[in-house]
Design a protein around this ligand. Structure first.
Ligand SMILES: [Zn+2]
Ligand SMILES: [Zn+2]
Ligand SMILES: [Zn+2]
Length: 377
């Protein structure tokens, strides 16, 4: 496909913002393009289970994160519409229920979507009216999926906490947590991102960032060399309220971790760059569990929760290695002494190293002995 994009306007905008021109990254442009499939995915498309991309333990198709559901509720359709908690669960990870479904090879019609509304189309046959019924239901997320990912400590916490996570589950927040793993963002996110700012926002934001010396007010990382990674956050959540006391400079990573910022998706390489700078600027202080937990890519949280509880050593976040194809690769987390690493961006081989995907790392962490010597269940 031929790529024909006029970049002059983009660079003019970059210059106005006082940002530095970056090396052009075509991935970035593709990131915010939408294709026919993105529109189809909003309402859901039928797929075969073997077509799912499950490399990292999450569910994807064509580089897009999705959730999987079964619209057909047969004679349970009225129950599902009235009490969605009793309908079919939707899946967000490569959990053991999904494994079972693959093995049973049953004839079911599986659909995937990346709609963030939480409402799913359902249908079935009413035994009361003897008619086909169609409707929609706020189905519940599968607990096995949340356990598999240790999402928000689902696996290490209480059953009560797990139920709370199911009740309060937000697909938008979930997608945002794992945004580093997928190249293409949901259409709804792209539509929403640019809304609500005033016309003079670029000027105001530029002024606030300069006044802060291009440093983040939360983690103190100095972003003078990467000004585009410093954001200005509206503390009361109102994007049109640009009063001085409402604005604070935050790095992209601290910003995405603010409450109600589930829509913010930070590219994996930006998180790596910020951690690279934090490491260089903060030195040893960076290697504590407290800082590691706060600085890590949110996709790693469930994994880190396991290994911290098991008293494992803190990993290096963003570790540079050379792959077998002679490319510089940044491991999202690494233990260089043990030649062990976690890589969120596909499959790589490095001689002498063990490189886990997220799904593999989670299983490995689950099997580690606990601090008192027993293997956790
Ligand atoms: Zn599941
Ligand atoms: Zn920060
Ligand atoms: Zn904000």
């Amino acid at each position: 496909m031929k790529l024909d994009i006029d970049l002059n306007e983009l660079w003019a905008c970059v210059d106005r913002m006082g940002a530095q021109r970056q090396k052009l990254d075509l991935d970035e442009i593709w990131d915010s393009s939408t294709f026919a499939i993105d529109t189809e995915l909003e309402s859901g498309i039928e797929i075969k289970l073997e077509d799912l991309e499950t490399d990292q333990g999450l569910l994807g198709i064509h580089g897009r994160q999705v959730v999987l559901f079964i619209p057909d509720h047969a004679f349970r359709v009225e129950t599902a519409i009235q009490s969605p908690g009793q309908g079919n669960k939707f899946h967000v990870a490569d959990c053991k229920t999904l494994d079972d479904m693959k093995n049973r090879n049953r004839f079911e019609r599986y659909h995937v979507t990346n709609s963030i509304t939480g409402e799913f189309p359902v249908f079935g046959y009413s035994q009361i009216t003897k008619r086909q019924v169609e409707g929609s239901a706020n189905l519940s997320v599968c607990k096995n999926c949340l356990n598999f990912l240790n999402y928000k400590g689902a696996d290490t916490g209480s059953a009560q906490n797990r139920q709370k996570l199911v009740d309060e589950f937000s697909i938008e927040e979930f997608f945002s947590t794992y945004s580093s793993v997928f190249k293409q963002k949901p259409k709804s996110w792209i539509d929403k991102k640019t809304k609500g700012y005033t016309a003079d926002w670029e000027t105001i934001s530029g002024r606030v960032r300069a006044a802060a010396g291009y440093s983040c007010k939360h983690c103190f990382v100095d972003l003078s060399s990467h000004k585009h990674l410093l954001h200005v956050h509206h503390m009361n959540g109102v994007k049109s309220d640009n009063s001085e006391s409402n604005l604070i400079s935050l790095c992209a990573d601290c910003h995405r971790k603010e409450p109600y910022h589930e829509h913010m998706m930070v590219p994996r390489k930006d998180t790596l760059t910020i951690n690279e700078l934090r490491k260089a600027q903060l030195g040893n202080e960076f290697a504590t569990w407290n800082t590691t937990r706060k600085s890590a890519d949110p996709a790693l949280a469930g994994f880190l929760n396991y290994i911290e509880r098991k008293n494992y050593v803190t990993p290096v976040l963003g570790y540079s290695v050379t792959s077998n194809t002679n490319k510089e690769i940044f491991l999202d987390a690494a233990w260089p002494d043990q030649k062990l690493g976690l890589f969120l961006d596909g499959r790589i081989n490095i001689d002498g190293w063990t490189i886990f995907s997220l799904g593999e790392a989670l299983e490995w962490a689950k099997g580690l002995p606990t601090a008192n010597g027993n293997t956790a269940t």
